[in-house]
Design a protein around this ligand. Structure first.
Ligand SMILES: *[C@@H]1O[C@H](CO)[C@@H](O)[C@H](O)[C@H]1NC(C)=O
Ligand SMILES: *[C@@H]1O[C@H](CO)[C@@H](O)[C@H](O)[C@H]1NC(C)=O
Length: 242
């Protein structure tokens, strides 16, 4: 009867384990909340000088570009120092691993407590060389409306055009100043949340053509995650690059 006892013990334990485990359930609903804003968080580096580029948002509402907020700009070097390089590689490998190796990610991402990638790139350190910085780091957040729109970074600072819209003023720029090679350190939508994959983090694209422009098409899906330990409202996105 010792065996019976052990058996009962094992059964009770496994029942408790089963009960305590979070079971994932997916529900798909239409987001009917069209009021409210979405935060777009960006941290990227473009291989052009800061005074040569402008970044802003245009959407279907035709709202004034300056009312979405302003991003910070900081002159930096395109070359990364070894620390930064290591950090970027970590992101890239992590993303590659997740996208290539796994197909059912929900268990790893939402139920395990130890996957917690810090989503912020470390502050750029000054380089020792005396050269002038050749690139621009653009970072910060925009408040978006829930309509179709585009965020763009292009040559020339944006200036308001009366009565509506804006233009990018690119005067006195040489063809050789154009270089849309870029690196995306962070791109997310909504509040930062554990277990969301940010597919663009760690991307680096270098082009040899001055007039090569890049476009990313995204679809954004509101996401609510509820477990007994977490309660998050955020957004996920899918992206294709053209
Ligand atoms: C809509 O979203 C906003 C911001 O996310 C929130 O403050 C508001 O309560 C939501 N409204 C409804 C009806 O859920
Ligand atoms: C842009 O900058 C990158 C990094 O400095 C360089 O490798 C690339 O050749 C440049 N492209 C152009 C068109 O100047």
């Amino acid at each position: 009867s010792l065996i019976t006892f052990v058996l009962i013990g094992v059964l009770i334990l496994s029942e408790i384990r089963y009960y305590a485990d979070t079971e994932l359930q997916f529900e798909y609903l239409v987001d009917t909340n069209i009021t409210g804003k979405i935060k777009l968080n960006i941290d990227m580096t473009i291989a052009m000088k800061c005074h040569h580029i402008g970044a802003d948002v245009l959407d279907q509402t035709g709202q004034d570009v300056f009312s979405f907020g302003q991003l910070q700009e900081e002159p930096v070097f395109w070359e990364l120092n070894p620390d930064e390089e290591e950090y970027r590689n970590m992101f890239r490998e992590h993303n590659e691993y997740l996208t290539k190796q796994y197909h059912a990610l929900q268990d790893i991402l939402w139920k395990s407590k130890d996957i917690q990638l810090k989503a912020k790139f470390p502050k750029r350190k000054a380089h020792s060389s005396k050269k002038e910085p050749d690139s621009c780091n653009i970072y910060g957040s925009f408040e978006l409306n829930k309509v179709a729109g585009n965020f763009h970074i292009t040559a020339g600072k944006s200036i308001p055009v009366i009565p509506k819209g804006h233009a990018h003023l690119a005067m006195m720029m040489d063809v050789s100043d154009y270089n849309f090679s870029h690196r995306i350190d962070h791109f997310s939508i909504g509040d930062e949340a554990r277990g969301i994959i940010y597919p663009l983090d760690g991307t680096e694209i270098v082009t040899a053509y001055s007039h090569h422009s890049f476009q990313y098409f995204m679809q954004i899906v509101p996401t609510e995650i509820r477990t007994y330990s977490t309660n998050m409202n955020t957004y996920q996105f899918a992206v294709t690059e053209k």
